[in-house]
Design a protein around this ligand. Structure first.
Ligand SMILES: Cc1ncc(COP(=O)(O)O)c(C=O)c1O
Length: 426
């Protein structure tokens, strides 16, 4: 008789975890009120609710200005364009992130140059950033991954030393604070996603934060078809329509009201999880960097040792956890696995020119590859919104999968761990 739910045994948590996004009648009323009011869209930009949300969210993160737009991918493209970064420029990005980060560099016309991550946090390695700087480098885009933040002390230092712009990808970091300073407020611009799984969501949406009024104006113009936003400007400049409508902005305002209590609940549950899960053989926790002074995490990322799981990699373990009722995901593939981001395979003129230096054969990121292809398990945020029992059940599920990992062995024996791409696309 099999024990693991994935093999037909009884699941640890058949009732699952609380649904996301959280909503109640106030959301329905807020949307209804926009519908009744007739001001549905984002034009004229910004709409009143979008402007109110942008101001409040910027203040919450500790930035002066916020610009709301349609998602957390175009935010980064707009950030680079607002900084004047484009053709022929290089932008440094971590090898472990969602494809949106390097995509944004390419959408602006720049070349993404990847750096490996550090083993303790799986965020960009500042030493490698420094080594990757060339005369063409214009910006660094650190990503605050899962429950961690990039080492902002070091990344800021490198950016200053080489006069590079800093654009933080904070899609996972609403509410995070590093030495009491909000994510997104360290460099020229900080980018946030409000996509449906994110900590502050309206289903879709994105925010750019900045202290620089001029950059904020440029961002407003870039997302509003190039309409002039500066009193001194008369004519249209370069831009597209990336505006967000007022229905979404109404939902974002309510989501922001709920965020602080949700953050505190997840942080307390995350600490409890770390106390309980540390003893499970083959499970390596990655405690948050101690310089994170307000812990507000999207997903908790842990590493498994396949040797302690009867050789099973993260794909089989995530599948088994899901069957036990605990939301788990293998996370992003390393960037060396995407043809799209291997400049030597690209036909962009700048990439061809630099093909030798950016040869895919030389694109090796041992830390990101080893972690992402075999070890990373991202636990869903709702595990940390279900009280002590919720955390206890997740720990029990993880321990159970490890204890009975022999049942996983041979399940897909022909398939090397991490190679199928299954369960990647969230
Ligand atoms: C790290 C990271 N960056 C950027 C994005 C892009 O955000 P969006 O889906 O809002 O475009 C996401 C998530 O989707 C993400 O996880």
């Amino acid at each position: 008789m099999a024990e693991l739910a994935v093999r037909g045994g009884a699941p640890v948590r058949p009732q699952g975890y609380p649904a996301w996004p959280v909503h109640d009648e106030r959301d329905v009323e807020a949307v209804a009120s926009v519908v009744r009011g007739g001001r549905w869209g984002g034009f004229p930009e910004p709409g009143p609710l979008a402007a109110e949300f942008a101001e409040r969210f910027a203040a919450y993160q500790g930035s002066r200005h916020g610009v709301v737009m349609s998602n957390g991918t175009v935010t980064m493209e707009v950030a680079l364009k607002a900084l004047g970064i484009g053709w022929g420029d290089e932008v440094i990005v971590p090898a472990l992130t969602f494809s949106a980060t390097p995509y944004a560099a390419m959408a602006a016309g720049a070349l993404p140059v990847f750096c490996d991550v550090v083993p303790g946090t799986l965020t960009i390695d500042p030493d490698q950033v420094e080594a990757a700087v060339t005369p063409r480098t214009r910006a660094i885009m650190p990503v605050h991954l899962g429950h961690q933040m990039a080492d902002m002390d070091r990344v800021v230092q490198v950016a200053r030393r080489h006069s590079l712009a800093l654009v933080e990808d904070c899609a996972h970091a609403h509410g995070q604070r590093w030495r009491d300073r909000g994510a997104g407020s360290f460099g020229e611009l900080g980018s946030f996603s409000h996509q449906s799984t994110k900590l502050l969501t309206a289903g879709e949406g994105g925010s750019l934060l900045t202290d620089d009024e001029q950059l904020a104006r440029r961002a407003h113009s870039l997302i509003d078809c190039g309409r002039p936003k500066d009193p001194d400007e008369k004519d249209y400049t370069f831009g597209a329509n990336y505006r967000l409508g007022e229905l979404h902005a109404a939902l974002l305002l309510l989501a922001l009201e709920r965020l602080p209590a949700q953050q505190a609940e997840r942080a307390a549950a995350g600490r409890r999880f770390q106390q309980l899960a540390g003893e499970i053989p083959g499970v390596r926790l990655l405690p948050p960097d101690p310089r994170i002074t307000r812990w507000s995490f999207y997903r908790y990322v842990l590493l498994i040792e396949p040797e302690a799981f009867a050789g099973a990699g993260n794909e089989l373990v995530c599948e088994a956890l899901e069957a036990e009722g605990v939301g788990a995901w293998v996370g992003y593939a390393p960037m060396s696995r995407y043809d799209l981001f291997q400049p030597a395979l690209s036909r962009l003129p700048v990439a061809v020119e630099h093909a030798a230096r950016l040869d895919p054969a030389a694109m090796s990121f041992p830390v990101a590859e080893d972690a992402a292809l075999r070890r990373t398990v991202y636990l869903d945020e709702n595990v940390f919104r279900a009280g002590e029992r919720g955390v206890g059940d997740a720990v029990e599920a993880l321990a159970k999968v490890q204890r009975h990992a022999a049942e996983l062995a041979g399940a897909r024996s022909a398939q090397a761990p991490g190679e199928s791409g299954k369960n990647r696309g969230r």
